[in-house]
Design a protein around this ligand. Structure first.
Ligand code: UDP
Ligand code: MG
Length: 311
């Protein structure tokens, strides 16, 4: 069986269209499936629509989180509640073309692969700043993590074996895209063109994306902490050069001249120290958050699951 996981945050006009398009497509190909919608604390009528859909079709399952936990948590809520042998994660705004599911499913079935990734051939109509930012973000992530996740998206098919491995990872602050690469296994890739959003607008503002990028990088790699060490080494070298210079000036009786150097050094070192403290502080806060061992999400309601008791 195939489980399709669709996180939805304020997608009242999209969920029904997504459900009917995907259902029609999968049944026309004779694939046994379940659709798992995860309502990520929507403030519009998304949950109402989902309960209606669930009431009319047993294959449509719905989970409601107790508040907006973010897309990452919604994805993991879906993964943990899915029963399929293969799990597909996709957006509920139909920007991920449903036909690609068939392509991924065939690859998984015939070639015995564990994970089928998708890469964006084109990025749809995203702003220039967004594109630049996304590119920079992935460059950094690729470089520091040693994984190739440039241009990949959350649109993925994951076989049971890989999904179980993924779900055994204990961290609270998740980064689905990178974690599903990290588990390894046999991976194939298909390409797709990002479609237009069916309705509504993107749930990510520039600010939230920046936060998302920063959280993702830091929850996945400690490389920025090494930046601090690097900065330390560089300042040390500069300090030695300036130190020798200052001593030389003192002995030759020109020491008053060194005043600008003092100011410059002050500025440079304090900047680097503050920057470094910032990075360290950020990691400390991450450790603090992880150590609290809070659940990734809290479910308030479920529809069409066997154990429907509220969690
Ligand atoms: N989403 C979510 N929780 C959030 C933000 C987004 O579940 O806090 C879902 C959203 O409903 C959609 C998917 O994540 O199904 C991608 O969001 P969106 O389309 O807004 O992002 P974009 O396509 O602009 O990157
Ligand atoms: Mg979208």
């Amino acid at each position: 069986m195939l489980s399709v996981i669709l996180p939805a945050y304020n997608e009242q006009d999209n969920v029904a269209v997504a459900a009917s398009e995907i259902s029609r497509l999968l049944s026309s190909h004779g694939i046994d499936y379940e659709l798992i919608f995860v309502n990520d604390g929507s403030t519009d009528r998304t949950w109402l629509r989902l309960t209606q859909l669930a009431a009319s079709d047993k294959k449509i399952k719905a989970i409601s989180l107790s508040r907006n936990f973010g897309k990452e948590s919604a994805i993991f809520a879906g993964l943990e509640n899915a029963r399929g042998d293969a799990l597909v994660v996709m957006d509920s705004d139909l920007q991920h073309p449903p036909e690609v599911i068939i392509e991924m499913y065939r690859l998984w079935q015939q070639n015995d692969v564990d994970i089928v990734e998708t890469k964006k051939r084109t990025r749809g109509n995203e702003g220039r700043a967004y594109k630049l930012f996304a590119k920079l973000f992935y460059k950094i992530i690729d470089r520091v993590s040693g994984l190739e996740i440039s241009d990949t998206s959350d649109f993925k098919l994951i076989g049971r074996r890989a999904a179980d491995a993924l779900l055994r990872m204990p961290e609270r602050l998740t980064f689905f895209r990178a974690m599903s690469s990290w588990v390894g296994f046999k991976t194939e890739c298909v390409y797709f063109d990002v479609a237009e959003r069916k309705s509504g607008k993107s749930k990510f503002s520039f600010r939230s994306l920046f936060k998302y990028a920063f959280t993702s990088i830091t929850s996945f790699t400690s490389a920025p902490m090494q930046l601090v060490t690097m900065a330390g080494v560089i300042t040390f070298i500069i300090a030695i050069i300036f130190g020798i210079n200052t001593l030389y000036n003192t002995f030759t009786g020109n020491s008053a001249e060194g005043f600008p150097t003092v100011i410059l050094l002050q500025l440079i070192t304090s900047a680097i120290i503050m920057f470094s403290l910032g990075i360290i502080g950020y990691y400390l806060s991450k450790i603090y958050e992880e150590i609290k061992q809070r659940p990734r999400y809290i479910i308030s309601e479920k529809r069409n699951f066997d154990n429907e008791d509220k969690e």
